[in-house]
Write a protein of this length. Structure first.
Length: 256
């Protein structure tokens, strides 16, 4: 988690949360209607700085958050206090969720933000999916949002859209790109440029490793973990999934 601990202080600058949440939450709430709507007990399993959890809690859901990065969780607590929300955040990763949050207690589990590809072996992925299943009640909902690696790997896409932020006379530019490694893994890089006023730009690169997960492989491994009733979308806006053109793979499934 070195990358995310180092990047945590800039993460809420990197994401335009008002725009993202206004786009994603209506569709997320549509999916949650199948498991009790605003009565649903939800875990965001890779919550980062907690913004989805806080927004859902403000809408009346019982929402909790987990993230392997202790720095991200510390910021999630601060964000919740600032928002006037009381909720639970724990620094725990995939594989330890059921131990911390309980077995069979959740109506829904969210794994957003291309978090699942941080599991770098098939065995790690299977363990993580089994942990998701252990957290959910029978019939519970799992929602996964990954990059569409069907397209990324076919096209060898390297660069993602730049992000920027400004606060008074300070500005940030975030550039994200992939390096394709010989072991079929990907090095994910975030280059941060920062300056105040007319001073020179300061540069920092943070990196981590990802294992690209193709849609068919993810579906098959979810079946082995006890999931069914799969529906794929191209984003958290809810449009259909196209393996050639969609930017994301959003996969919704139910636990048998």
């Amino acid at each position: 988690m070195t990358m995310y601990d180092a990047f945590s202080t800039d993460y809420d600058r990197f994401v335009n949360w008002p725009a993202r949440l206004s786009y994603e939450l209506p569709f997320i709430e549509t999916l949650l209607q199948a498991v009790g709507g605003s009565e649903a007990h939800i875990l965001d399993a890779a919550c980062g700085t907690g913004q989805h959890v806080i927004a859902l809690e403000q809408r009346g859901y019982q929402a909790e958050g987990a993230d392997l990065s202790a720095s991200m969780i510390a910021l999630a607590h601060q964000n919740a206090i600032h928002a006037g929300v009381t909720t639970r955040f724990e620094a725990v990763g995939f594989g330890g969720l059921a131990r911390v949050f309980g077995r069979g207690t959740l109506d829904a589990l969210l794994c957003l933000g291309n978090s699942l590809p941080h599991l770098l072996t098939p065995a790690d992925l299977d363990e993580g999916l089994a942990d998701f299943a252990a957290c959910l009640r029978p019939g519970g909902l799992l929602v996964i949002q990954n990059r569409n690696f069907d397209s990324v790997m076919t096209r060898r896409e390297r660069w993602m859209e730049p992000q920027s932020s400004r606060e008074e006379d300070a500005e940030w530019i975030f550039l994200r790109f992939y390096d394709y490694d010989a072991d079929d893994l990907i090095t994910f890089n975030i280059l941060t440029l920062h300056r105040t006023g007319n001073e020179s730009w300061k540069q920092q690169v943070n990196t981590t490793c990802l294992r690209p997960i193709l849609s068919d492989d993810l579906t098959e491994r979810l079946k082995l973990a006890g999931f069914s009733e799969f529906t794929s979308y191209g984003s958290l806006g809810g449009e259909p999934f196209d393996p050639q053109t969609s930017g994301n793979l959003v996969l919704a499934a139910r636990l048998d």
